[in-house]
Design a binder for this molecule. Structure first.
Ligand code: GAP
Length: 463
């Protein structure tokens, strides 16, 4: 990472903690690697992203329905999906400093090439041939690369025996496949149609940090779109365009992401074509979302292993077949991070005494901004507080709203700028006379006087 990029990540991580977006997990006990907790502002941002996604991909469409499945599933699900045998990372240990590192990341960072799909033996050889140094201590003294399973295991019941092993799901997708027939029978959907889900997934990741980019517990928003095989190419392009529309909808700037097609040897075991939406994070250009053509691998595997019929009956053409699947997949936490990076702005702003200062403002798209409106009485005087609380009561039923009378108005504006509140409504002594308030726009800092009776209507027009 360059010094400038490092400092941007430091600034965002520190703002996240200072303003209540994201805190380090279990912090008072020294933390727990790769876990983070969302604070009061962060949870609103994250919830808004999830709600907007659900609106965009489920509620506003006739061809997609949602589910909310159990995180714990029968182990046979993960055997059939290929995860028990094949979902692992090659790790390498530095014998000098005991750091445990992902071998593919070590190669990618040192040689600027993709290492996905390489065997541990190939990686060991490449690392030795290029005398790649340990990024922690700088020595060249590695073990061989070995595979480690990425799924968290636990036990169901009281005895910790192998037969009782169950896994925390590493993706939400499999619940859509095992429920394919349940959804089909309960909704009478016709192909093409999709099943969507938002939920937690877990992976035992060994990573060098990068804030909430790669964590052991994270949320996914996934959509499995069931299709007739013959339509896969045109529908693949269609879903790529929908994903681009989504990014525009939540305000991720086009110049900050790109689309990369997976090489043949990089494809997952189930995929015939995959593209990554890659975002220019300060620590490198990395996967934000994915779109995969999973063929009929999953339904076929579950049919074979469970003995349950997964066929779809196409009544119009009197034909039975196992549907193929297109999968647009989105990480919630990576969306939070990308939108925070996109929103982070430093600009010069005039102060009350005619000087200028650097203002930090999170220019979130209004539809995901954690707090939409702040009500700020100019002083704590009783009659002003009373009036301001009346305004707060008026607005809070319509918009996520904060009431704040704690410090100087300048400090309160700065706080609202840092959490990205689009509108600050100031109640001043004149308000007691003219029954009007001043609305300050987050981005332009322009102020407008609006009658209290017109306020909600004004906000409705502006959001
Ligand atoms: N069902 C397909 C699937 O799970 P994936 O590329 O492994 O594919 C999908 O994951 C998305 O989930 C990624 O694009 C990313 O946004 C998010 N994701 C994956 N692993 C993650 C992790 N350890 N921490 C945070 N987000 C992660």
């Amino acid at each position: 990472m360059t010094k400038k990029a490092e400092s941007l990540m430091d600034k965002i991580t520190s703002l996240a903690k200072r303003r209540g977006f994201v805190f380090p997990g279990s912090e008072i006990y020294g933390g727990l690697a790769n876990t983070w907790d969302y604070g009061p502002v962060g949870v609103e941002l994250k919830n808004n992203i999830k709600q907007e996604w659900w609106k965009f991909f489920v509620k506003s469409r006739e061809d997609v329905v949602g589910i909310d499945a159990a995180i714990l599933m029968n182990s046979k699900v993960w055997e059939s999906s290929g995860h028990v045998a094949g979902f692992n990372d090659a790790l390498i240990d530095c014998k000098a400093c005991q750091a445990r590192i992902r071998a593919d990341h070590l190669i990618e960072d040192a040689l600027d090439m993709k290492a996905e799909g390489m065997t541990p033996e190939d990686m060991t050889k490449l690392i030795a041939e290029n005398s790649i140094k340990c990024p922690v201590c700088g020595k060249i003294d590695f073990t061989e690369a070995r595979k480690f399973g990425l799924m968290f295991k636990t036990f169901q019941g009281v005895t910790e025996e192998d037969k009782n092993i169950i896994y925390l799901r590493p993706e939400t997708a499999q619940a859509m496949f095992v429920n394919f027939k349940n959804v089909l029978n309960s909704t009478n959907k016709k192909i093409p149609f999709g099943i969507a889900q938002i939920g937690k997934s877990f992976r035992n990741e060994i990573t060098p940090g990068n804030f909430i980019f790669r964590t052991v517990e994270f949320e996914q928003m996934e959509l499995e779109y069931f299709i007739d095989e013959k339509d896969w190419e045109k529908l693949f392009d269609y879903w790529q365009a929908e994903m681009e529309k989504w990014l525009e909808y939540i305000g991720v700037k086009k110049e900050n992401y790109s689309i990369r097609k997976h090489d043949q040897d990089e494809l997952s075991h189930y995929s015939k074509r995959t593209i990554d939406f890659e975002y220019d994070f300060p620590f490198g250009t990395k996967e934000l979302y994915g779109l995969a053509y999973r063929t009929n691998f999953d339904l076929m595997s579950h049919q074979n292993a469970s003995g349950q019929n997964m066929e779809y009956f196409d009544a119009e053409n009197n034909r039975k077949y196992i549907p193929h699947v297109l999968e647009p997949t989105f990480g919630v936490d990576r969306t939070v991070l990308a939108t925070m990076i996109d929103a982070y702005t430093e600009e010069e702003a005039p102060t009350a005494d005619g000087k200028s200062e650097t203002r930090v403002v999170m220019k979130f798209n209004k539809n995901i901004a954690p707090v939409k409106v702040a009500i700020l009485p100019l002083s704590k005087k009783e009659n002003l507080s009373k009036k301001a609380k009346e305004v707060f009561d008026l607005v809070k039923t319509e918009y996520a709203c904060q009431y704040d009378e704690s410090q100087s108005i300048g400090k309160r504006y700065r706080r609202q700028d840092e959490i990205g509140t689009p509108y600050c409504v100031t109640v001043d002594f004149e308000s007691l006379e003219d029954d009007a308030v001043t609305i300050r726009d987050r981005d332009t800092m322009k102020q407008e006087r609006v009658g209290i009776k017109e306020l909600v209507g004004w906000l409705k027009k502006s959001f």
